[in-house]
Design a protein around this ligand. Structure first.
Ligand code: PHE
Length: 347
């Protein structure tokens, strides 16, 4: 018997053995050992490739080819068997582990609205009852809208109060307050009368502490029309405080300065912690500031397209985080955007 037929015979015998063993296999574990025995690197089939040198040079290609065919045939049969075993396993599973549709389901974890979403909605509702519509304007603003058109030119010292984050595009910044929305609303509606509430995130370059954050909400109020007075402003804001905190709330207005109003004021609510006596939360003042406000400056009215000889208006910028702190007795503003679920799930 030549070496050629010797090797080929051996291969054929091996193939038969492998095939008959494969037929008997019913489970995935035995299938894997079968694979290790016949198709792995250390299997007998692979050994044939090393033994090719035993055959005469002329016959080696033919024997090599044959060994390859055997290997390919066994691989195909292996895959077929593997599929069958998987399929059978799946069917068994379906048959044996029937789904009991009468079992009670698992309750999905409920999310909730963020406290500031709730408070903002409460603020919109109160002002909506007084005729203010929500008006949205962008958080990324031009320096022109955020400052220039609000009567704060580049050299103005008031810019120090509103240092912010800058984009890489010159003249484009993160808005420091919602007041630029005043100009946007006026330019859209002039010369019609306006009553809008302008909510949203504002950004400032601040030293973060219990009452200062680098991002926070504001709600801007703007009313423009004929014969609007400071009395309208005061009445609107006091009514707001009553609806937010209850009839008994104590508020006060103090004169203040903002370049885009004249006259300007700030409104305080009695400190919830000390009841007005003075403590660390209110900085011993007994009062907490919740908003800035005033009569829209003639320059701003003109920038918005209204003749200040004919029209007047009032504006206010409320701090909803401060408003929540007072309402829910939260003593650290960092809670709002710190994303600690233990805080958030209380509301
Ligand atoms: N924009 C001012 C601030 O962020 C608040 C303000 C708004 C004051 C409207 C007056 C009128 O501090």
């Amino acid at each position: 018997m030549s070496e050629k037929s010797g090797l080929i015979l051996e291969l054929k015998t091996l193939q038969k053995k492998a095939e008959s063993e494969l037929k008997g296999i019913q489970d995935a574990v035995s299938l894997q050992s079968w694979r290790a025995a016949y198709l792995s690197r250390s299997s007998d089939i692979m050994a044939f490739f090393k033994r090719l040198s035993e055959a005469p040079k002329k016959e080696r290609p033919m024997i090599g080819q044959f060994a390859n065919q055997v290997k390919a045939a066994l691989e195909t049969q292996f895959e077929k068997k593997e599929n069958i075993i998987k399929q059978v396993g799946l069917e068994m599973n379906l048959r044996n582990k029937r789904l009991d549709v009468t079992l009670p389901g698992r309750a999905p974890a409920h999310g909730r609205l963020h406290i500031q979403t709730l408070v903002l909605r409460q603020i919109y509702r109160i002002f909506a009852e007084m005729g203010f519509q929500v008006y949205r304007s962008p958080e990324v603003e031009t320096d022109e809208n955020n400052f220039e058109l609000l009567n704060i030119p580049a050299h103005h010292p008031a810019r120090d109060l509103w240092d912010t984050f800058y984009t890489t595009k010159p003249g484009v910044i993160m808005r420091t307050h919602t007041s630029p929305g005043q100009v946007r609303a006026m330019r859209e509606f002039a010369p019609e009368p306006i009553r809008v509430a302008l909510p949203g995130m504002c950004y400032r370059y601040e030293q973060i502490d219990a009452s200062h954050e680098i991002q926070f909400n504001q709600v801007e109020l703007l009313a423009v029309g004929k014969n609007i007075t400071f009395g309208d402003l005061k009445g609107t804001l006091e009514e707001f405080a009553k609806r937010m905190y209850g009839e008994g709330v104590r508020t006060r207005m103090r004169p203040s300065y903002f370049p885009f109003v004249e006259p300007g004021a700030e409104m305080d609510v009695e400190c919830f912690v000390c009841g007005g006596k003075g403590c660390s939360v209110c900085g011993e003042k007994g009062w907490l500031e919740i908003l800035g406000c005033g009569m829209v400056h003639p320059v701003v009215l003109r920038n918005g397209g209204y003749d200040p000889e004919i029209y007047s208006g009032f504006a206010a910028g409320l701090g909803p985080e401060r408003i929540s702190m007072l309402r829910y007795h939260i003593d650290d503003i960092r809670n709002f955007w710190g994303n600690d679920v233990r805080f958030l799930e209380q509301f």
